[in-house]
Design a protein. Structure first.
Length: 138
């Protein structure tokens, strides 16, 4: 199944507007040169996750062009850790043997956590859940 990030583009747009207003009012051009490009890049980057029966594919796309792709097989995964990152937000960190760990937050649909748990259980991977994550499951 294919999952995508659930980013708040409206909130990022409002933040850009506030920065532009602050530049006009307080005359701090550093806001304009640092914060606006970072937020614009955030608006055009998309994260995609696919869970197949034998592997997991994680992609980062700039607009629709893939800029990073990682295919993870069970023998490359050390553990899968489920944790809470904010008040009501679940997160999954896939720890890998070689390379960068993959952190998954705000993916839609919400069944991504159940599917990752099922994948890890089927492949006999080490699964850890923090106490805070278990509270969110209730």
């Amino acid at each position: 199944m294919k999952y995508h990030t659930n980013k708040s583009r409206v909130l990022s747009g409002l933040f850009i507007l506030i920065i532009v207003l602050m530049v006009n009012i307080y005359e701090f051009p550093i806001f304009l040169f640092v914060a606006v490009p970072v937020l614009l890049v955030q608006l055009i980057i998309n994260f995609e996750l696919m869970i197949e029966s034998d592997y997991i594919t994680y992609q980062i796309k700039l607009l629709r062009i893939p800029i990073y792709k990682r295919v993870l097989y069970p023998n490359q995964i050390v553990s899968i850790k489920f944790k809470r990152v904010s008040w009501m937000t679940k997160c999954v960190v896939v720890n890998v043997k070689i390379g960068l760990n993959i952190r998954m937050v705000d993916f839609t649909p919400d069944t991504v956590f159940d599917d990752l748990y099922r994948f890890a259980a089927e492949k006999d991977l080490l699964i850890t859940k923090t106490r805070d994550y278990k509270i969110l499951e209730m």
